[in-house]
Ligand binder design. Structure first.
Ligand SMILES: *Cc1c(COP(=O)(O)O)cnc(C)c1O
Length: 417
């Protein structure tokens, strides 16, 4: 993102509100605008804003100045042409399908997927939008599953919880060649570790709730258009939005369908909290990733630990891909203990790592995934996703590294087998 202004990643975020336009009273942060509706001096101006011939805000469900300031930051971080923010990461993903796919369409998804995204895709399958799940770590499986009616391919960068890494470059090239929309969920890497635009992604999803917000204090999601897809050739853009430049057509439709019609809008208070978090994304993630790599190495060295999954490890199947594409290997890892060990007891002995489902918090969080987030889908589907019954996921935080390693060392020392 440095190219545009010659400024670095953190500098750009820190100064974007102040330099992005006039701010009341010289405030260094974009103020929280709580007004639901906006008034105009003339009815003509009101009509012009509704018709899109003048820029402005009419009703906060469709757009809000505080939310817009956050959208500008995400656009800059991702090197995109524009961003629409949503109430949650799930609302962002759901709005892409709701806004841009129609009955009879088919899309492909990586089978290594955040659990709720998997569940969401199954719901759309019941509404006449067909989905196939494929092993996206190699482009061959993706190519083999394409159909004439395939409109979209959806992958995560580093999959949660097993940390498989999609064949991002090859899938991007395939989608470009076939004119298929390539959607990349960048939540696990965030734009500090990776810009999906570099591999040809057309739409980039971020669960702002996670690393960008960082403090586990607000929910939010976003979709950024990288400007690489020729939307003027996409059949499902409504005529009303064809007057926008091609690079803005999908964003306009996402805003109209996902926010105005479906109401998946981000609250301005949450946007403010997330924008504060974004200022320290790079600092926090550097530290959390270093902690994660150190913890992965410590776990791997212990005899009672069967497998450790983290892209920093030399035996990770996509270790080289991660090293080539990402700044660091991410701050999430998972591991399996000897199946005779009591998983819950291992978690309960930890004093710093919290039993909690979130990820991307500043605090280290641990969760037995088969019993919680992947419980509803059943053992068969878990097995297909490579999730063993004994898998523990750790979202590594920014604690002082020695404290974190000591916490895990103490619980490992009490293992029996
Ligand atoms: C958490 C998460 C989401 C959903 O984000 P929410 O803000 O919790 O709705 C989507 N994708 C990935 C990879 C996630 O980790």
């Amino acid at each position: 993102m440095a190219e545009g202004h010659g400024r670095g990643f953190t500098t750009e975020i820190l100064h974007s509100d102040r330099l992005g336009g006039p701010i009341e009273h010289g405030a260094l942060h974009k103020p929280v605008h709580g007004s639901v509706a906006y008034g105009f001096d003339t009815a003509e101006m009101l009509a012009a804003v509704f018709q899109g011939t003048e820029k402005g805000f009419s009703y906060s469900r469709s757009g809000n100045p505080t939310v817009e300031a956050l959208e500008a930051k995400v656009t800059a971080m991702e090197g995109g042409v524009g961003t629409v923010a949503f109430a949650t990461g799930m609302a962002a993903i759901g709005s892409i399908l709701f806004s841009l796919l129609r009955q009879g369409d088919h899309f492909l998804s990586s089978s290594f997927l955040f659990g709720n995204t998997n569940s969401l895709f199954q719901s759309f399958a019941g509404q006449g939008i067909d989905v196939s799940f494929v092993d996206a770590t190699a482009v061959g499986a993706v190519e083999a599953a394409l159909r004439p009616e395939t409109r979209m391919v959806f992958v995560e960068t580093i999959a949660n919880p097993r940390t498989q890494i999609a064949d991002l470059e090859a899938i991007g090239a395939l989608c470009a060649e076939r004119g298929i929309v390539f959607v990349v969920d960048n939540t696990m890497t965030s734009p500090w570790l990776f810009q999906p635009k570099a591999v040809g992604a057309h739409l980039v999803v971020n669960a702002l709730t996670k690393y960008i917000g960082g403090h586990g204090a607000a929910l939010g999601g976003s979709v950024t258009d990288t400007g690489l897809f020729p939307w003027d050739r996409y059949p499902h853009i409504f005529d009303a939005y064809r007057s926008a430049p091609p690079a803005r057509q999908a964003l306009t439709q996402l805003r109209k369908k996902g926010l105005r019609d479906f109401g998946a809008s981000l609250a301005p208070e949450a946007a403010h909290t997330l924008a504060l978090g974004a200022e320290t994304l790079a600092l926090r993630l550097d530290r959390a990733c270093a902690n994660a790599a150190a913890l992965a190495a410590q776990l791997q060295a212990h005899p009672a630990v069967r497998r450790v999954y983290h892209p920093s490890l030399a035996d990770h199947p996509q270790h080289d891909r991660a090293a080539k594409l990402f700044r660091h290997s991410g701050a999430l890892l998972s591991f399996e203990l000897d199946p005779r060990e009591d998983l819950f007891a291992f978690c309960n002995r930890l004093t710093l790592a919290v039993n909690s489902t979130n990820l991307g918090d500043n605090r280290t969080l641990i969760i037995p995934v088969a019993h919680t987030i992947y419980f509803e889908m059943g053992a068969e589907r878990r097995a297909a996703m490579g999730i063993s019954e004994g898998l523990l996921r750790v979202s590594v935080g920014i604690e002082d590294q020695e404290d974190l390693l000591n916490d895990f060392a103490a619980s490992l020392a009490a293992l029996k087998f």
